[in-house]
Design a protein around this ligand. Structure first.
Ligand code: GDP
Ligand code: GDP
Length: 439
């Protein structure tokens, strides 16, 4: 079910984010709002002609405060080549080719993946002559567009989407049943590899290592208490490539890809450091993608005393409200202490992720909400909820039939979500709510 990825690469100021924003806004692209987290401009889910895909503005990814990483043009290009299905390479039609463009082109010429060379800022059709210069980059015919005004972007997307359709069919053929898909994500050094090794420590538990959909990803299929799990893109068991070690940014794009293929994301936080902005951001991506989630507070052995422990936990409760449903498990990967609790938490999260709540139970619940009298109004109009039913699973989606969907606001949605979670066990899973008009 992984969405195909389109990576947008290019040096700063050529118009990458303008391009991305134009596409994300076009054709009702779906961009989820995440509560409590600033939207990162670099990751969007878009849709063109009914083909959904993920758009990454590789230049826009900024790592957390404590990362020494500086966005480098070469790395971007590498990340694009490794992680994307289609690469959009943007150059500036006004300034012409420069050394950075040539650097990126050198990397992109070696890939067998489709590369679109896009000459941006061609606002004026009379200046089309300028695009010829870009043939020198050795990447085929340049596409001339103006991201600002939208000229040419439609034709380009038509072509991109044709390529993506081929990718999707290729992926579908590879799929096999590996049970629950898990992505282990988190900051460097949090203990992801140590945990992975623990979770797979019983030799017999490993069923197989299979190559994932990305060229150098390794998925590990394991069996635990009769349940099959696939750890997607096993960071710890794979031989790390040079770029991988050098560049955390690359790891980040890779984590997104893993999240994309996961049912449950295990977010590993270094307990000895406590919650960081980067943890929040990664959690935001998983929430955005609507995975179930388990939060692991690792290196718990290094957190001394009940006060310090309580403080770490409190910060998570306070600052991770947008994934408030995720259970928190404290572990020590070094000794293996409490690591087994991760399995229990993953099982619960997955069960709830796939849960179906019968319509009659939901409507008994709705009756109680109505009796409670808490509703929203505007002027004389009052929201009345008639009926609710679950319309999807993985994660559960509930559709409410109401007289005035326009009256529903964030606060009210939160209220309903809290009440649903009180009445039904939805630990570990996000939920979606829709409101439809019915008189
Ligand atoms: P990024 O650094 O590659 O993400 O570039 P931005 O999207 O931030 O754009 C850099 C500058 O170029 C901004 O001032 C944009 O308004 C401008 N820009 C982007 N696309 C176009 C375009 O198609 N035509 C013109 N004239 N300006 C553009
Ligand atoms: P990764 O980069 O997230 O894969 O992190 P690693 O698994 O490579 O761990 C980073 C470092 O933290 C290693 O030196 C581990 O031995 C150490 N480490 C991992 N888990 C624990 C833990 O629970 N307690 C302590 N004290 N150290 C740990």
């Amino acid at each position: 079910m992984a969405l195909p990825i389109v990576a947008v690469v290019g040096r700063p100021n050529v118009g990458k984010s303008t391009f991305v924003n134009r596409i994300a806004q076009a054709d009702e692209a779906i961009v989820h709002e995440m509560r409590g987290v600033t939207r990162d401009r670099s990751y969007h889910i878009a849709d063109w002609n009914g083909v959904p895909f993920k758009l990454i503005d590789t230049g826009g990814i900024e790592m957390g405060d404590d990362d020494a990483f500086q966005s480098s043009i070469r790395t971007q290009a590498f990340a694009g080549v490794n992680e994307a299905d289609v690469i959009v390479f943007i150059v500036d039609g006004r300034t012409g080719i420069n050394a950075d463009d040539e650097e990126v082109a050198r990397v992109l010429r070696k890939t067998s993946k489709p590369v679109y060379l896009v000459v941006n800022k061609m606002d004026n059709p009379d200046t089309m002559d300028q695009v010829w210069e870009f043939y020198q980059l050795g990447l085929g015919d340049p596409w001339s567009v103006s991201s600002l005004h939208g000229n040419g972007t439609g034709d380009l997307l038509d072509a991109v989407v044709e390529d993506l359709k081929k990718v999707e069919t290729a992926d579908d053929e590879e799929e096999e049943d590996g049970g629950i898909n898990i992505a282990i994500i988190g900051r460097p050094n949090a203990g992801k590899s140590s945990l992975t090794n623990r979770l797979t420590s019983d030799d017999r538990s490993i069923v197989s290592n299979v190559a994932g959909t990305t060229r150098d990803a390794i998925d590990t299929v394991i069996e635990h208490d009769g349940q099959r799990y696939t750890i997607v893109d096993t960071a710890g068991l794979r031989q790390k490539s040079k770029i991988d070690e050098d560049v955390e940014y690359y790891g980040f794009v890779r984590a997104m890809r893993a999240i994309d293929r996961a049912d449950v994301a295990i977010l590993v936080i270094d307990g000895s450091i406590g919650l960081t902005d980067q943890d929040q951001r990664v959690a935001g991506f998983a929430a955005d993608r609507q995975c179930a989630m388990v939060i692991v507070l690792n290196k718990w052995d290094l957190v001394e005393g009940p006060d310090a422990k309580a403080e770490v936990r409190e910060k998570i409760t306070d600052r991770m409200t947008f994934v408030g449903y995720a259970p928190v498990v404290a572990t020590c990967a070094l000794t293996g202490k409490s690591v087994h609790r991760i399995w229990e938490a993953v099982d619960v999260a997955y069960e709830n992720f796939c849960k179906s709540i019968p319509t009659n139970q939901l409507n008994v619940w709705l009756g109680e909400i109505r009796e409670g009298g808490h509703t929203v109004s505007k002027g004389k109009a009052i929201l009345r909820m008639k009926y609710v039913t679950q319309t999807a699973t993985c994660p559960p989606q509930f559709t409410f039939f109401v007289n005035r969907p326009d009256l529903v606001n964030d606060n009210y949605e939160r209220f309903l979500e809290n009440r649903l979670r009180k009445s039904f066990d939805l630990t570990g899973t996000p939920i979606r709510m829709k409101f439809k008009k019915k008189d």
